[in-house]
Design a protein around this ligand. Structure first.
Ligand code: ATP
Length: 266
């Protein structure tokens, strides 16, 4: 990383996008002081983090790792989710109650007695998320949250991101899935070669071909359809739902704007 200036504001979802090796995970791991900058500063909730104070960054910024196994350490799922709370000295009964609530939030209550090691990749990710949510962080970092998930579980993760956001927690995630980024993010940061090379709303970023080319990225399919088919689509849609809505809107235009050929034509 070099010369990176990156902020997360309250109540926003930020997606880091960029090719392999662009620096997404490295930047994310700085946010909760898993990595500490050689030069520069990490400020959490307005206060600079010092070497003696790393625990504060770790409790304020919850990190859900791409490889969930690194995060799951206890013999059962419930033990795992309450592990962090017990480390912070929360009494056992309260820790259990809060852990159960966090598991319910991610629809994983049914897993509470299971052995974390034997869960599927998607289940592990949900339990990792519960283990972070239970600590009530102000920011949650998700490194490649869709990696290895089937489409149904990917949708579930997208729903959870929205739900977490509605609870007033900021979310920073990295992803190679630009459709997902377009659907969940308020702000997209484009990374290339260890740097943030551009950022903006999904509409600004995904309709900026020069920025996307510079980072070797292809826009989401809705953007490609809207841009390349020559259809007169208003509003620069970035998701399929927005594209469908825009196309439906353009179909309700007056009939003279539609080309009508063939035998049935008047
Ligand atoms: N601890 C480290 N020391 C030195 N170089 C590192 C270290 N960790 C990562 N790198 C290098 O930094 C670069 C960025 O890696 P990073 O994992 O942040 O990329 P990424 O954007 O998350 O990539 P991907 O999409 O492939 O996961 C890579 O070239 C990687 O080899």
């Amino acid at each position: 990383m070099h010369e990176v200036d990156f902020q997360v504001y309250p109540d926003e979802v930020v997606a880091l996008v960029g090719g392999n090796g662009a620096g997404k995970s490295t930047l994310l791991e700085h946010l909760n002081a898993t990595l500490v900058p050689d030069d520069g500063e990490l400020v959490v909730d307005g206060t600079p983090i010092t070497d003696d104070d790393l625990a504060r960054a770790r409790s304020a910024v919850g990190f859900v790792f791409q490889d969930a196994d690194t995060q799951l350490v206890a013999p059962t799922v419930l033990d795992d989710v309450r592990f962090g709370l017990q480390n912070y000295g929360v009494p056992a009964e309260e820790a259990t109650e809060r852990a159960r609530e966090a598991l319910a939030t991610v629809d994983a209550s049914h897993l509470e007695d299971r052995i974390p090691h034997y869960l599927s990749g998607g289940e592990k990710r949900l339990v990792g998320l519960a283990g972070v949510l239970v600590l009530e962080p102000s920011v949650i970092v998700l490194d490649e949250p869709l990696a290895g998930l089937d489409p149904a579980r990917s949708r579930l993760v997208a729903d959870h991101v929205e739900r977490i956001h509605e609870e007033g927690i900021s979310v920073v995630l990295s992803t190679h899935d630009l459709e997902f980024a377009a659907a969940v993010a308020d702000r997209i940061c484009v990374m290339s070669d260890g740097d943030v090379v551009g950022q903006g709303t999904p509409r600004e970023v995904f309709y900026d071909p020069e920025l996307l080319d510079a980072a070797n990225l292809h826009p989401p399919s809705a953007v490609r359809v809207a841009r390349d088919t020559g259809l007169d689509v208003d509003g620069r849609p970035v998701t399929e739902a927005e594209l469908v809505q825009a196309l439906a809107g353009s179909q309700s235009e007056p009939p003279q704007t539609r080309r009508v050929d063939g035998p049935g034509a008047d």
